[in-house]
Design a protein around this ligand. Structure first.
Ligand code: ADP
Length: 605
């Protein structure tokens, strides 16, 4: 109920004043009662002096006596009676007690407690404790603090018994009316001062609470981002201190949140632009973050339905969030999965509890290229070994036979030695091709000696040299320069090797009577050289592998024709990395093949 400071202050003020006044009232009342009792005692002591007591006792015991007829001792005529009472009454009424105290009751009782005289109609003496005490012979007073009246009783005795008792009762009329007046005065005082206090306290507390209220509403605006809501206070009071503390607090908070935002933006930017995919899960396995690369690698457009266990089960990663909770923290768990054509490596690492609420972070790395390269490397080694072993086996077995048969026919000898010689040539060719490839691989960025190349005369020379082979197979080999081709600078030997390989292939894989055409032209900023044949062609399935090292559609046939399966690989590598151009093959089985080389012209030409 008293939640606001204003009401609390008001309540405290009013309570303080009312309580003070109540205590003051009580004090005054108690004090006045005490004073009254004291005054009463003093009055009694003043009046009932020892002389007075003696007089009263004598008066009580006085008797009428007649002289004895024989002149002896006088004779007592009667016991103390009404006369004595009358005398006692007169003595008592003559004292100050009854005159001073209004409403004072006086009763004179005989030794049995019966009333002999009363100055009023009251019968308080009857059951009074003081009366009983006095009848027993003791003087008694009843002046209890809480009592409504003061009672006093004095026994008047002869030698043996109580003759009379004088009973006095002060009804404290004045005192009681004084107290009731005091009470009403205090009630009025308390009421008036309480009302006054409420007004004063409300006014005073307003001076305290108004700036606080104002500060509270400004602080709220400040919290909502209005930085101009509070301006630094100059004063030394608590409100100024509080104002400055609030400003400091809000500035610190703003700085911290700015820092946090910039950190967040940085992290976001890093995550957005990372070449690896990143996913974050909370401890319950709910996805809390995923970057665009992860969505791309996982081939996902929507991620709302992703939860840890379900998702990794779906992609066959064989991992659950529960199993990860027991792994050593600095040892990431790795899994490899296939998504479409891609091989993805997943690394699972726990997010430390100190970095937030914990959870799991998953880094997705595309290892497809790496895997392909690794496979190609292994295939290549296997191929090289195989390709070199084949001629070696032939050479070994033929030379063994020759050694074992010294008397062999000269004709057979010559044939065997020819074979050994051609297999040796073949090995030399393979090694030479491998060296060429290796040097092309290693020197991708190496600037080869640059010579001027006149493509047209280069092709003419080649066609000239190969025309003999064509003639042997009754093939038609024609060169058609479509337009002028500018001279370029570059690795002349390299280009010659490429063109030789391509035209030789066309001759090799075109049956007798076929036609091989070579074209050259400049188109836009490119030099285009095209070799077309009407040969056996290459099937659609084989075409994508045509540039692979050691790839041959028909191994036996290629070997018969002296091929190594490295020619096109060398051609592609040379055109791409030395001439920065492209090589493309289109082919139709049993119809023919087109090989097109595109070499870009230097830009400043
Ligand atoms: P090779 O030394 O065996 O000729 P290449 O790398 O030059 O090696 O060629 C690879 C394979 O491509 C050949 O074995 C052959 O099967 C096929 N090929 C190349 N050129 C042609 C072509 N013009 N027509 C049909 N097949 C071809």
């Amino acid at each position: 109920m008293f939640k606001s400071i204003r009401l609390k202050i008001t309540l405290v003020f009013v309570l303080a004043v009312v309580l003070t006044e109540i205590f003051a009232g009580l004090f005054v009342t108690v004090r006045s009662v005490r004073e009254y009792h004291k005054a009463f005692d003093e009055l009694i002591a003043e009046v009932l002096t020892s002389d007075m007591r003696k007089t009263l006792t004598e008066t009580a015991n006085a008797v009428t006596a007649a002289p004895a007829p024989d002149g002896g001792e006088s004779i007592v005529l009667s016991e103390p009676g009404p006369e004595n009472v009358e005398n006692l009454k007169n003595i008592m009424l003559g004292t100050d007690i009854l005159k001073t105290i209004p409403g004072m009751s006086l009763a004179i009782l005989d030794g049995n407690g019966n009333p002999m005289y009363q100055n009023d109609e009251s019968d308080f003496y009857k059951h009074a404790r003081v009366t009983e005490e006095a009848l027993k012979g003791n003087e008694a007073v009843n002046n209890r603090f809480s009592g409504k009246a003061i009672e006093y009783a004095i026994p008047l005795k002869d030698e043996s018994s109580v003759q009379f008792v004088i009973y006095l009762r002060d009804p404290m009329t004045q005192q009681n009316s004084l107290i009731s007046r005091l009470i009403s005065i205090f009630v009025i005082l308390i009421t008036v001062s309480a009302i006054l206090m409420i007004v004063i306290a409300l006014m005073f507390s307003k001076t305290l609470s108004a700036p606080l209220k104002n500060l509270a509403s400004q602080a709220k605006k400040l919290a909502d981002g209005d930085t101009s809501a509070l301006s630094p206070a100059q004063g030394n009071d608590e409100i100024s201190e509080l104002t400055n503390a609030l400003i400091y607090l809000s500035e610190t908070k703003r700085e911290n949140s700015e820092k946090a935002i910039s950190e967040k933006t940085k992290t976001e930017t890093i995550l957005q632009n990372m070449s690896d995919g990143v996913m974050a899960f909370d401890t319950n396995g709910n996805l809390s973050h995923i970057n665009p690369e992860a969505m791309r690698l996982l081939n996902r457009k929507f991620v709302d339905d992703i939860t840890f266990n379900k998702f990794f089960k779906e992609i066959n990663a064989d991992i659950t969030i529960e199993s990860l909770q027991y792994m050593p923290s600095d040892d990431p768990v790795e899994r490899q999965v296939m998504i479409g054509e891609h091989t993805l490596q997943l690394s699972f690492a726990p997010i430390p509890q100190s970095a937030g609420d914990g959870g799991i972070i998953v880094i997705i790395h595309d290892v497809t290229k790496h895997e392909k390269l690794e496979r190609a490397r292994l295939d290549f080694v296997a191929n090289v070994s195989h390709e070199l072993r084949t001629p070696l086996t032939v050479i070994k077995s033929y030379s063994d036979i020759l050694a074992d048969t010294p008397d062999a026919e000269p004709e057979l000898r010559t044939r065997f030695l020819d074979t050994i010689s051609s297999e040796t040539d073949r090995m030399a060719r393979i090694i030479s091709d491998l060296l060429t490839l290796s040097s092309l691989d290693e020197n991708t960025n190496y600037k080869r000696p640059s010579e001027e190349i006149d493509i047209r005369s280069e092709i003419e020379g080649l066609v000239e040299r190969l025309s003999l082979t064509a003639k042997k197979k009754e093939q038609e080999l024609v060169y058609t320069p479509i337009n002028d081709v500018p001279k370029i600078k570059g690795d002349r030997g390299g280009l010659e090797r490429v063109l030789t390989n391509i035209i030789s292939n066309a001759l090799k894989y075109t049956p007798t009577g076929g036609k091989i055409q070579v074209f050259s032209r400049t188109m836009y900023n490119d030099i285009i050289i095209k070799v077309s044949d009407t040969g056996i062609g290459i099937s659609k399935e084989q075409l994508p592998n045509i540039f692979d090292r050691f790839f041959r559609v028909d191994k036996a046939r290629s070997r018969d024709k002296g091929g190594t399966g490295l020619g096109l690989a060398i051609a592609k590598q040379t055109i791409e990395s030395v001439f920065h151009g492209k090589i493309m093959i289109t082919s139709e089985l049993n119809k023919g093949t087109d090989v097109t080389i595109t070499i870009p012209l230097p830009k400043n030409k």
